[in-house]
Design a protein around this ligand. Structure first.
Ligand code: MRU
Length: 352
């Protein structure tokens, strides 16, 4: 049975948002019930839920939770909408880089403002829409998987970075969705998963997901990619994205840019797999993408233990931006966008 059919990464059920606790995988499998918008802010910030599409859905659920809370204490619709907007802004401030978070929250707020009925009608519509977005996410990933599988060579060894899998979405995954679809057609493909320091999403989450599906996976550390590329052991790279600018520049987990440079040097195709909700057409280039600076403890500690001198300086950006000229194609639910990305992205949105 495919991994995605067993459990959703995030799911609305009985007026709560239930999510897999990704902080403790692969050691323990537990779910967390998020009951308020403030709890959702913390769940996103602390990375109980992480990965761009998954936090987009978390943001949408967060607005539904806020609407339920506010509907119990506010009778005046304009006051309710104002307070809901404040909660929406708070949710959006939980993490800055993945634009899917802003997309999910803004989609809900647009809906809330469009409803002519009562406050409880608004709360009900937001709940329904959150569930709809949740289900659409899986369908979108499967479409991306189908498009992406077409460019995977027979028997390919595919390198991926971070976790752009079922755990980073509601289910199936973006980059790992492409790998799942390719594997369904050709069980001779295999995966190289970068460990992804400092939080080790590749080691902890990607290997956990892929081995459950029986997809042959080799874990490597981040510095090893050029070595394996130079040995002819990697045929293509597929990674996810947190925000793509209108010119195709792509923010993804720190270390992605290095992989893209190595792929270019070795003449290996480098693909991004991401839904249109990850593309921010309001910004012209990657220079405008805000990069999250994360806790220094992620670098100084592993599993709670110090791994370096205590007075060393630390900088910990969570993401980097891969310039569009290093990208072979962007796999979306509308097909594979090719350079020049300014034009192909514009056309994808024109018909959306
Ligand atoms: O900090 P994270 O774990 O939320 O970062 C996740 C990534 O960078 C993923 O590659 C990206 O969100 C794409 S997920 C389909």
């Amino acid at each position: 049975m495919a991994f995605e059919s067993k459990i959703k990464t995030i799911e609305w059920t009985d007026n709560i948002s239930r999510m897999i606790d990704q902080r403790i995988l692969p050691y323990e499998f537990k779910t967390v019930d998020v009951k308020t918008a403030d709890e959702m802010y913390t769940a996103i910030k602390d990375m109980i839920v992480r990965g761009a599409p998954a936090i987009g859905i978390a943001g949408a659920h967060g607005v539904s939770l806020a609407a339920i809370e506010l509907s119990k204490k506010i009778n005046e619709k304009s006051v309710f909408l104002n307070e809901l907007q404040k909660k929406a802004e708070y949710l959006k401030s939980s993490r800055p880089t993945a634009v899917n978070l802003m997309w999910g929250v803004d989609k809900q707020m647009k809906l809330a403002r469009s409803i002519s009925g009562s406050i409880s009608d608004i709360a009900e519509s937001l709940k329904e829409n959150g569930i709809k977005l949740e289900n659409e996410d899986i369908e979108i990933n499967k479409k991306m998987g189908d498009f992406g599988a077409e460019v995977v060579p027979k028997g390919a060894a595919i390198l991926t970075h971070c976790n752009a899998g079922a755990l980073a979405t509601v289910g199936y995954g973006t980059a790992l969705g492409v790998i799942r679809s390719a594997y369904a057609k050709d069980p001779t493909i295999k995966v190289f998963a970068d460990e992804t320091r400092p939080r080790q999403q590749g080691a902890r989450l990607t290997t956990w997901e892929l081995t459950q599906d029986g997809i042959p996976t080799t874990l490597i550390t981040d510095g090893m990619c050029s070595y394996f590329m130079s040995k002819g052991m990697i045929d293509m790279v597929v990674v996810g994205a947190d925000r793509i600018a209108a010119n195709g520049d792509t923010a993804n987990k720190i270390g992605t840019f290095t992989v893209a440079i190595a792929a270019k040097y070795h003449n290996i195709p480098f693909y991004i797999a991401a839904p249109l909700s990850t593309i921010d057409i309001s910004i012209q280039s990657g220079k405008e993408i805000p990069i999250e600076e994360r806790s220094h403890e992620e670098v100084t500690h592993i599993n709670g233990d110090w791994i370096c001198a205590k007075d060393v300086n630390i900088i910990n950006p969570g993401f980097d931006v891969t310039p569009n000229e290093l990208i072979t194609g962007i796999i979306t639910e509308k097909g594979i966008l090719k350079p020049d990305f300014k034009t192909s992205i514009f056309n994808a949105f024109k018909n959306n």
